[in-house]
Design a protein around this ligand. Sequence first.
Ligand code: CA
Length: 229
Amino acid sequence: MAGEPLVLIVEDEPAQREVLAYNIRAEGYAVISAGAGDEALVMARETPPDVIVLDWMLPNVSGIEVCRQLKAADETRKIPVIMLSARSEEVDRVRGLETGADDYVVKPYSVAELLARLRTQLRRTRPAAVGEHLTFEDILLDMEEHRVYRNGQQVSLGPTEFRLLTAFMERPGRVWSREQLLDRVWGRDIYVDSRTVDVHVGRLRKALKTASSDTDPIRTVRGAGYALG
Ligand code: CA
């Protein structure tokens, strides 16, 4: 699968980690997990997730310290962090410590509650993945109907071009390298030549040219990749 939101779970207790991973996967998200804080920091840098579920109680490096380091580093500061804690007093302390956590869930939590919080965070980082409509200039991406309109006129796209446009529209202005687009659109475990990206960007550009709107919304960034707008 490609394109689904990636959730990093950080929890040292294997049973709890498994339950979390199971429930989050069942929601249709991809999951990676770490059992320790230092491992989580490396993972978040190497495979940036769309949201992090971080347990407060971790051996060695605590959840608070992990959060602080994530929010202090440029590569990871924008990744939303949901902190899990055993007691509500801990939540008060986390807030007081200004770790930068984006949300807090107190254990024992209901799975439904945690998933709702996840969706709230993903609405910011991966709006299309949680069914939000996206617009950019005269382009409308209707995730429910799986349709694209430009200037009110429906645009017909192949599945790869649709995922490509979704990635662009979730982060207008972001410069994507070919490798990043391969990870997002084709999947992390699939080997595809990076020139394939150029082919599909070409198809997407062609498809987006309609009778009423023929400007090219996709920018080629020399030596870097592609961006929308
Ligand atoms: Ca723990």
